[in-house]
Design a protein around this ligand. Structure first.
Ligand code: AP5
Length: 208
């Protein structure tokens, strides 16, 4: 099963992907996570994209497409995947056609007010990427990762200015993909305002 998770920042794509990957035994390929791992490991790519991520702008298409092309060639992606955060531009969607067939594009639908609440309250464990929310999914001990015991951080791009820029970038560059994939009969809208458990149940009915 080859799935694309499409939707605005903070809609819950990563949260649902981490449930689906276990249930369907497919890798969760998040371009945001791949870039953040490169930044953390101080690779050449990481140095190139660090400022771009912090600002909330998009990494240039050619860099992103190459990274995804390489990732999809890995063995674990041969029998299915969840692509989270890719494609994000029409050029990326066109390039994906030459790499792989897509079964469903799941469009996470969420209002702006809820998006802002989710992003401003998000906290993450830097080493594992595990995601929490100060209200909706708090850690057992405030500010500490449940498993590693490390302090939780706020992503640079979850600061107010970057959030507003990400929403603008989404509307301009990524939202056109809704019509793009609807025209190909691949798009399915998913109400992302429910609890993760309810969303997962809805998703299972869709992709059955
Ligand atoms: P990326 O990491 O992909 O960021 P994003 O798309 O903005 O998505 P997020 O990770 O912010 O949100 P999410 O939908 O996964 O929500 P989450 O599950 O965490 O990309 C980061 C950057 O990398 C980009 O800005 C760009 O610079 C670059 N980049 C990445 N891909 C690129 C591409 N293809 N091309 C160019 N550049 C690219 O949930 C959010 C919060 O809500 C959490 O706190 C969570 O606990 C909570 N929550 C989640 N679901 C629920 C729920 N159902 N109920 C209550 N709370 C919930």
């Amino acid at each position: 099963m080859n799935l694309i998770f499409l939707g605005p920042p903070g809609a819950g794509k990563g949260t649902i992907a981490s449930i689906v990957k276990e249930a369907f035994s497919v890798p969760h390929i998040s371009t945001g996570d791949l870039f953040r791992a490169n930044i953390k490991n101080e690779t050449e790519l990481g140095k190139q994209v660090k400022e771009i991520l912090a600002s909330g702008n998009l990494v240039p298409d050619e860099i992103t497409i190459k990274m995804v092309e390489n990732r999809l060639k890995e063995d674990d992606a041969k029998s299915g995947y969840i692509l989270d955060g890719f494609p994000r531009t029409v050029a990326q969607a066109d390039a994906l056609k030459g790499m792989s067939n897509v079964d469903y594009v799941i469009n996470f639908v969420l209002d702006r007010e809820t998006i802002l609440k989710r992003l401003s309250g998000r906290r993450v464990c830097k080493s594992t990427g595990r995601t929490y929310h100060i209200l909706y999914n708090p850690p057992k001990v405030e500010g500490i990762d449940d498993e590693t015991g490390e302090p939780l951080i706020q992503r640079d791009d979850d600061k107010e200015e970057a959030i507003l820029n990400r929403l603008e970038v989404y509307e301009k560059s990524t939202a056109p993909l809704i019509d793009y994939y609807r025209a190909e009969n691949l798009l399915i809208d998913l109400d992302a305002s429910k609890s993760p458990e309810e969303i997962f149940e809805d998703l299972k009915k869709i992709v059955k």
